[in-house]
Structures are given as C-alpha cells and as structure tokens.
Design a protein around this ligand. Structure first.
Ligand SMILES: [Fe+2]
Ligand SMILES: [Fe+2]
Length: 320
C-alpha cells in the first residue's frame, strides 16, 4: 500500500501522527530545492557567534589576532555540525530503526511506520546538509584537516555509559529514552544558531532548515514514545524515566576535548582541564523547558523530572 493511500484511510484526520505524515512532502527540507551554499557564503561574516565559543572566554584568548579568532569561529561551526551529525547517527537513527523492528511495544500501524521512515529520511538528509555546508567552510576557510570523533561528544558518551551493563529489552528502552531526550532538546540546540544575528548566512539558513524539520520530529517522538511508555509495567517505566533524565542531562553537559581541537586551529594551546575549570565557575544556563513540559504531560510524568535534570546537571558540573 502506498504512503498516500495508507494516509487516506478514514480516521487519520483525527490522528496527529497521521496528519503530520500526510503533510511530510510539503514541509520537509529533503523535498525542497537544494540551497545554493556558496551563494549564501559571505567571507566577511563570522562563521559562528563568538559568545557561544567557550574557548574565547579563557584567559589568553584576548591576545588572539583577528585571523586566529576567525579560524576558531569557523572550526566551531565545523564542530557544531560534527556534533549534530553524531547525535543523528549515533542516537536518533538507531532508535528509529529499533522502533521499526517490532521488538518493542511501540505503536506499529501503517501511519507509525510511514512516520518513522520519513523521520529516517529527514535525519539522513540532515547529516548530508551538515556535511555539505561544512565542506564549503573547509574549502573557503582552509580548514581541511580538523576532525572530530563521533563517540567523543558528552551526549554520545552518556548513552554509552547508560546502556553499559544492560541488554535486551532494557538496553532497547535506554536507547529509545535517549533518542526522546535528543528529539526534545535538538530544536533548542539548533535555534541558538538559526536565530543568531550577524553570522554567516549559509550557516544560519542551513541550521534553520534543519530546525524546521525538528518541530515535526518532536511530535513523532512524543506520539511514539508515549505509546511505548504508557504500555510498560512499573519497573520498565522507572528505567525509562531514569534513562530520560540521564539523556536530558547528557544533552546539557559541556564538551571539553572537541574545544581543544577547535582552539588549536587558531594556534591557541589549551587543555581539557582549562575548559572544565571554566565550566565549573559558570552558572548553569537557563533553558526553555516548554518542549520538555509538553513531553512530560504527554507521558503523564510529573514536571518534577525537570527539577531532577537541573539538580543532576549542577552535580555533574561540580564533579567535572
Ligand atoms: Fe535532524
Ligand atoms: Fe529529528
């Protein structure tokens, strides 16, 4: 049965997931003309907002010249995309495929299957968008060699730590909970750049295209993970909530090693400890908890979970 005929069946108009899946072709980035990346590249503009680069707040950064700062900003943009692609590839795509296996009691009707395949296509296209945009930055800024280990980001390490010692059904639940944390958080992560003023237009537009797709994914994940969570027994529900808190906390955790590589591109020698000390002395940044509250309401979980992630975050920053 084609996606179109599946989505034409009676009852789907009342179904949020069905409505979303049916409009997929009209709204997502992969169905639009490709952006003229070079046409939106302005060599005079900085590639990343300086206030989002912790390296530039460390002692000694004030002595960097314009060229070194510009290289650090360009490397920051490359790092940002490497992190985005790692989240897609290591956390979200495996969870989408897992939900398609039938191993979990997640909604599995034709609409749910369509929505998952659509999401997989979107996420893979986002990786390609990151790759293409970064390719332009590498070429135009002469930064061909900087690379980041996909397993090196705090959030990917957080998933690895959380699923270590688990297997089978428990491991599956941890992976789904992390992907739900990702899809609840990624819009905020992308918005910081999609709404940034006075940065490279190519970077802002690419990130904004991605962010628009993510507003649909947040609904897909709330619907599917909600169906899963509500069908679990008390024990697995507790495990899922704990993994969700860990995931939400891991998404807010600072990265250290990648910033050392970014600084090196501007000839600025720092170590991970410098960044850890900086993170310890900085107040925990405020965040938009709206998407998280929506999710918790959908799952029927108390908003206290937000407070749990806040206190865990404070504890983790102190422990670093
Ligand atoms: Fe994405
Ligand atoms: Fe997504």
């Amino acid at each position: 049965m084609s996606t179109e005929s599946t989505l034409e069946r009676p009852g789907f108009e009342r179904d949020l997931l069905g409505r979303l899946a049916k409009r997929w072709g009209d709204r997502v980035a992969v169905k639009k003309d490709e952006l003229d990346l070079d046409g939106h590249f302005d060599p005079a503009m900085p590639d990343f907002p300086a206030h989002l680069v912790p390296v530039l707040e460390l002692p000694g950064a004030e002595r960097l010249d314009q060229d070194a700062r510009a290289r650090i900003l360009a490397a920051s943009w490359i790092a940002y995309n490497a992190k985005t692609a790692a989240i897609e590839d290591e956390i979200i795509l495996p969870a989408c495929r897992l939900m398609l296996t039938g191993r979990l009691p997640v909604r599995g009707d034709a609409v749910a299957v369509s929505a998952l395949h659509q999401t997989i296509i979107d996420e893979h296209y986002h990786i390609l968008m990151c790759h293409n945009a970064v390719g332009v930055t590498r070429r135009r800024r002469g930064l061909e060699n900087i690379e980041f280990d996909p397993a090196g980001w705090s959030v990917v390490r957080g998933l690895e730590e959380s699923r270590s010692g688990t297997s089978g059904f428990e491991r599956d639940l941890v992976e789904i909970a992390f992907s739900l944390a990702a899809e609840t958080t990624i819009s905020g992560f992308l918005s910081t750049l999609a709404t940034a003023q006075d940065i490279q237009p190519m970077n802002r537009i690419t990130t904004d295209l991605h962010r628009r797709d993510e507003s649909g994914h947040a609904v897909v994940f709330r619907e599917l993970c909600g169906s899963l969570y509500r069908g679990l027994e008390k024990g697995p529900q507790e495990l899922f909530r704990d993994a969700l808190v860990r995931g939400l906390t891991a998404f807010r955790a600072a990265d250290f090693d990648p910033w050392v590589a970014v600084a090196a591109e501007g000839g600025f020698e720092i170590g991970p400890d410098d960044l850890a000390a900086w993170a310890r002395n900085r107040p925990v940044p405020a965040r938009d908890t709206g998407p998280l509250h929506l999710l918790l309401d959908d799952l029927g979980i108390s908003h206290d979970l937000v407070d749990m992630t806040e206190s865990r975050k404070r504890r983790d920053v102190r422990a670093h």
